[in-house]
Design a protein. Sequence first.
Length: 148
Amino acid sequence: MLPTQLNKLAASATLHCLIGCGIGEILGMVLSSALQWGALASVAVSILFAFIFGYSFSIWPLVRHGVGLRRALGLALAADSVSIATMELADNAFILVVPGAINAGLTSWLFWWSLIVSLAVAFCVTFPVNRWLIARGKGHAVMHTQHR
């Protein structure tokens, strides 16, 4: 695979992961902030939702195209686990190191600013991981065997 093609595929895989993880992360942070949960609960629910949404964004298109649910789940786990884990590690680490971000309320600019920037940071950290995996036929490359 040419470097340009590899970069495009890695960017696409990372964006795909960012959308699913981002929805879960934002939903988790909004929910935990609205319920005034502590930092540990906020991070835990955000990570849980990120994995649920991240995997579902891979599973449902496969199922719609005739892949069985069990096979689709296996493909999603193989394709997305490292990507989602990397994204969540980077994104939550950023929020935890920004002073006051984890405890900022929904009406605070710090809450929204740190959440948006954390997702951008997560994309930048996850892109080279996905590129490395795809170059070796792993990660999101596993999913592309179903699209041919």
